[in-house]
Design a protein around this ligand. Structure first.
Ligand code: FAD
Length: 451
């Protein structure tokens, strides 16, 4: 008797069935509405077999096949005109808690799961992933192999650091699993690959017991950029994790100083000022900080999972966050602040425009072997990001500012940048090794960075 055909071995001609939504010739935009793409085919798989069929069938699903989740990214990373855009949002189950072969507690989760859903699910079980950025819509698949940042409590501050195993579909449509304990170096490379090595369908992410956080929010004004730089370092030194929103042109900074406040996932008492702060902060981020005044509570005690927020998809005429990402070593902070201030004031004098503010996160870098390429790949140390933002992604002056500031940040200050979080990059601004890219998955946008 013939052996039964399994999705893993059947030939292309026998494997055209894809259950998920398929659309032809339609256009899609990112969250900010300033990046658009018209793939030949858009597909939302509902099973791993669907993803395999898409990867295998070059006739129905033209090359390149590029994965997306919530399409929040600000750059052309979502652009795949004429190719196949495969959106993992329907593969979003949380499959359960496990102990892995190294005895670590992990959560097994599908790639399309949003971070808010994952954080809430873990919180209900008294657990957490230490990476708890404000952005709740980002999907696990994207952040497992892409760039992220936040000022985490007692943890690195980027999501992929916590990912210990990835299951993906390769360019031949095979389902493969790679992990830190089984594969070492090639696993860490995979986590730097932005989907160019394969479409992530599932991950294991290390968890720990949930911790509470105490925050003191304050506001400081300075006379000079040098004083501002010293103020940032001083505030960071006083707490366990610092997020600063710097209004550079005005030499003013708002600080969220975070302190570890013991185990727990629910604050022991209700605090109205905590919820007021969360709602104001959520609205400020949604609107790119335009016209939103945030309160400055002291001593609020909360679960950071509650501050992972969700954002509505804005209309074209709404104020909405847009930003640029730049990573620097902490030792460069005084120089970065001083030179960025000089640049911003000169740009403002010339055009009347200055960014709405600059988000400043602090990330602990791992050994180079664990982050071989891209952001945070300089070996152990502390990085900070100094990220200008604006409330209108389509503003020509903001776009001009970003393009010109790229030259200062990258060429003069030596910033590392991200293909999914830094806009208007060109060849040479960042390098992705060619061996991390498969032609089946490589869009024109990413091919520019391959060397
Ligand atoms: C309002 C707002 C606030 C934000 N705040 C933060 C923040 O605090 N911290 C932070 O780090 N970022 C933040 N971001 C950026 C955002 O988190 C990242 O761009 C994130 O990658 C978006 O996830 P996504 O699911 O929308 O990815 P998408 O934009 O859909 O995809 C981006 C890229 O990820 C890769 N990818 C996606 N899915 C897969 C998959 N299944 N397999 C392999 N590769 C895949 C592909 O390269 C794809 O092009 C914010 C963005 C916005 C709009």
């Amino acid at each position: 008797m013939e052996p039964a055909c399994t999705p893993d071995v059947r030939p292309v001609s026998d494997a055209p069935f894809v259950h998920g939504l398929i659309a032809h010739g339609r256009s899609y935009t990112n969250w900010g509405g300033h990046r658009a793409t018209t793939p030949a085919v858009y597909v939302e798989p509902v099973s791993y077999a669907d993803v395999q069929s898409v990867a295998r069938d070059c006739g129905r699903f033209p090359t390149p096949v590029s994965p997306v989740g919530s399409m929040l990214s600000v750059t052309d990373t979502i652009v795949n005109d004429g190719g196949t855009l495969i959106c993992l949002r329907k593969l979003d189950s949380i499959l359960g808690l496990e102990t892995d072969t190294l005895g670590r507690n992990v959560v097994r989760v599908q790639a399309g799961c949003r971070l808010k859903k994952l954080n809430m699910w873990l919180k209900e079980r008294g657990l957490e992933i230490p990476f708890q950025a404000e952005i709740g819509e980002a999907t696990v698949g994207s952040v497992a192999v892409g760039d992220t940042k936040e000022s985490s409590l007692d943890a690195p501050g980027y999501f992929s650091a916590h990912v210990v195993e990835v299951t993906y579909v390769d360019e031949f449509g095979e389902v493969r699993t790679t992990s830190d304990h089984a594969d070492g170096a090639s696993f860490y490379e995979f986590k730097c690959s932005f989907g160019l090595m394969g479409i992530v369908v599932e991950c294991c992410v290390e968890t720990r017991l949930a911790r509470l956080c105490r925050s003191d929010v304050s506001f400081e004004a300075y006379e000079t950029p040098q004083q501002l730089g010293r103020g940032l370092l001083e505030k960071r030194g006083q707490c366990d994790a610092l997020l600063a929103i710097v209004f550079l042109d005005k030499l003013v900074s708002v600080y969220d100083q975070r302190y570890a406040a013991g185990l727990g996932s629910v604050a022991p008492f209700a605090q109205s000022e905590c919820e007021e702060f969360r709602i104001a902060k959520r609205l400020a981020i949604q609107r790119g900080f335009d016209g939103v005044v945030t309160p400055q509570p002291k001593g609020i005690l909360y679960s950071r999972a509650d501050f992972v927020n969700e954002y509505w998809r804005p209309c074209k005429d709404e104020k909405r966050l847009d930003f640029q990402y730049y990573e620097h070593d902490l030792s460069k902070l005084p120089q970065v602040i001083a030179e960025s201030y000089r640049f911003t004031k000169a740009f403002e004098a010339e055009t009347g425009f200055a960014p709405g503010g600059w988000a400043t996160y602090f990330v602990n870098r791992p050994p180079r072997a664990q982050k071989p390429f891209g952001l945070y790949s300089d070996g152990p140390g502390v990085s900070f990001s100094f990220d200008p933002f604006c409330s209108d992604p389509c503003s020509p002056r903001w776009q001009d500012f970003s393009r010109r500031y790229n030259r200062l940040a990258i060429d003069t200050l030596g910033a590392r940048v991200s293909p999914i979080q830094t806009q208007w990059l060109g060849k040479g601004d960042l390098v992705i090794p060619k061996r991390l890219a498969r032609s089946r998955f490589t869009t024109r946008y990413f091919s520019e960075f391959l060397e």
